[in-house]
Write a protein that binds this ligand. Sequence first.
Ligand SMILES: Nc1ncnc2c1ncn2[C@@H]1O[C@H](COP(=O)(O)OP(=O)(O)OP(=O)(O)O)[C@@H](O)[C@H]1O
Length: 578
Amino acid sequence: MPVTLPLKTQQYIDPDALKLITSLPALGSDHGASDHDLGFLRRFFRNQGTQTLMKVYKKLYMVECRRITPLTRAAVGIAARVYSNIRGFTQNVQVCELLQIMAKPHFQAMLYSHDKIACKEFGSIPLPGPSPGEEEVVKVVQLIKSNEPLGATLQYNEETGGLEIARILRGGAADRSGLLHVGDVVHEVAGVSVYGKSPDEVVQMLNVMTGPISLKLVSHETKSIPFPESKMRVRAFFDYDPTQDMLNPCPEAGLAFRRSDILHVVSQEDPWWWQARKEGEIHAKVGLIPAKQLQERNEILRRTMSDEDIPNSSSSRSNSRHSSPCRISPKIARSKRVRKTMYQAHQSGDFDTEDIPTYEEVELLEQTPGKCRPLVLVGPQGVGRNELKRRLMALTPNKYEEVVPYTSRPRKPYELDGREYHFVSRSEMEKGILTQRFIEFGEYKGNLYGTSMSSIKDVINSGKVCLLSPHTQAIKFLRNPEIKPYIIYIRPPQIDVLRETRRNQRAMKTLEGGHTRLFTEGDFEEMIATGCRIEEKYGHLFDAMIVNSDLILASKEFAKVVERLEKQPQWVPITWVH
Ligand SMILES: Nc1ncnc2c1ncn2[C@@H]1O[C@H](COP(=O)(O)OP(=O)(O)OP(=O)(O)O)[C@@H](O)[C@H]1O
């Protein structure tokens, strides 16, 4: 009778285990092992559990041989940074979806597990080890914290996965305590482990705490000498609000400032984020500001991403009027009138290079006796620069002087060379234009007119205060150590005030060839629009600003600005001092 044997699947036996099993009999004969022991080993090597273990071991061994190193040990921290960087762009559907995914506990748990495996933290959490030459110290420090911020920023070290102190702000609570150092790894805050928490979360934890706070830190004490506080002062050429800066690693520690503010940069140790305080403010706090290089990068990015082309103030002047030097003022005698140029000014030199306004290093300049800085009035046409100049000159007649322009037109019988104009040949003027001797120049009715740099220097050297109201683009050409101009922007008031004050005075707009007419509504609108464009483009170069609403008040303000300039040292580009 056929016997049906139960069908058995062939058991997989690891080839190396099989080798061991087949060599067991030899083991018995050579070494006198008992059958009982050999039977045990045979069963052990055939055991399903042992087989699985060997399989796992071989897999791990292969992985080990391939020397796989994790790309990061701080996926949690990176994800937290990505989250906070993109959370402002919720108008984008993909960003919203990504935010939702990142907020899911499963996703966060996966990153957490990833970091654990990457750090080989299979048991207790190992502390990041010291580098050669460093001494690792575990310390528990206690800070007494008031409402002021800690004055330190935190970051994930992507190498070690540790939450480190990235920077200590000069003069802040952390700095004053002397207990915290850059590179210290934070493990606990007030007895709570910070492991798996983002720098933002830890900062927020700290922000709400007051009174004594203990921090458990691992410090890698290198005998580094702290950088001395820098003495560098800069003029900011842009407005900065850290709360609006997505790149700021710690907006709470940022320093907000306005264009033209003078900042004392106390530390440039971090090439991307400088530490600065506002100059002249009592008890000014140190905060983070974007370094020059970073700001340039941001600005290039902003310009690349912006579709809007910032209008050029010069383009709006293509239809600008030409004012006559012979225009009669009804109020002031001819000898006291301020000369007005009659030509369309062109820029001289390479004014509009694509430089990005960030910061300018400055130093205090004391007035040199007998050498006053020229007063350069800029503003949209018709805003009242000449009117204000006239009034200032009328106050102290021999103190101020205007620059005598050059012209190629023939001299009239009543004119004197060097009084109304310097009369030169056309070829001489053309040569001067080519060699950049003129800060501005233009052509009117076939004749060349221009204001030369040497004429400005002559007035400065005469000991009088030089008064200039050039085309706005000439500012960049004038801003040099030889001239050291003091630039005053004359700003038009709001349109209703502009309309009312000019209509009350029956103010006249000067047209081409020196003709005049009353201002129209369109003129007022254009004046304000041009003013905005000038401010946008050149505002960072203004030393003072006067709003010309009421003429008497504006004149008084002008006189005060001049008095201040004479009495107080002024911040100027460092190259003007040395
Ligand atoms: N605050 C003011 N209130 C009323 N009228 C004013 C005021 N300021 C200036 N004006 C008048 O406005 C007119 C234009 O002023 P002004 O000629 O000084 O302008 P401007 O800036 O020198 O112009 P331009 O750029 O053509 O040289 C003049 O009639 C002047 O008297």
